[in-house]
Design a protein around this ligand. Sequence first.
Ligand code: TRP
Length: 363
Amino acid sequence: MAEEQQLTAAGNEISASFLAARRRSENTMAALEKDPSKFTMLTGDRPTGRLHLGHYFGSIRERVAMQNRGVNTNIIIADYQVITDRDTTEHIQDNVLNLVLDYLAAGIDPERTMIFTHSAVPQENQLMLPFLSLVTEAELHRNPTVKAEMEASGHALTGLLLTYPVHQACDILFCKANVVPIGKDNLPHIEITRTIARRFNERYAKKNPVFPEPAAILSEAAEIPGLDGRKMSKSYGNSIMLGATAEETAKLIRKSKTDGERRITFDPMNRPEVSALLTTAGLVTDRNPEDIAAEIGDAGAGALKQYVTQSVNEFLAPHRERRAELAQDMDTIRDILHDGNKRAREIAEQTLDEVREAMGMKY
Ligand code: TRP
């Protein structure tokens, strides 16, 4: 109960549904560690740009660990989700292929993990029709992430932005995933997915449920701040890209803002920029940011930046080397995607068949 009174940084009470989701995440992870073979993971990314260190520590690392534990792992490159809040698909092909490069370089093995795109799996998209019938307009309008994205986009609410959480349910349920690693902002989408699965089973498949009710897996990793102390985000220009060169990374860190105080201390509230550098160095070296601050002390921001640059580049060197090697043969990268898409279509066809069967639509 004491937990129920916990406050967020913004001073809001943590909601009961968030606590329930976190508890479910912890319990599911415990069960998964005991018997990974009972679990199917699906998660993914919107191909809107390159992956950065925040993605690596927040999600990519976890996906590789799930794969290596023996979970049935699936990664969707959510290309239709790109047009929920923007009106161009410029660079999409390049973004998609570069995501595949980063996944593979980070340790995703396409023999064990299916990688695919929305647009290549019509059978998955078709689930959208029965699923839309299972939610009300009011429920769709209540989604806080959709509201925030609409406000940030500065555009009117499109039909796709309003309904993409249902499309995300199609992503998850077509392969009957029961674990979905995501960030907090995606929790409402997992809630609607659980609702859709439950309602479908209740309405059409009481005896033989077609869909599992998946659990969100919330990342344990501390959120890695961007170099300016704000959230790491491509649009802020504060992100260390996995695929950048060592020189580009050095330049970005050198240019990053610090403050007037010479002595380096770890104080995220009062010194966000210096602390962001320390957090970054801590993550890539697996050290405590306070220890790094104490070690640098009066040597100042120049010495800190040097340490961050060196440790980040050292950490990313093997990833970048594998990435460059893989990029020599883009035909193979395309083949990997084609193969994933083909497997996804087969699985989706099978699920769609079960859906038609349950709904009496087999003629
Ligand atoms: N919405 C997710 C994001 O913003 C990407 C995504 C699309 C996803 N489909 C998914 C995540 C299915 C988990 C499961 O990053």
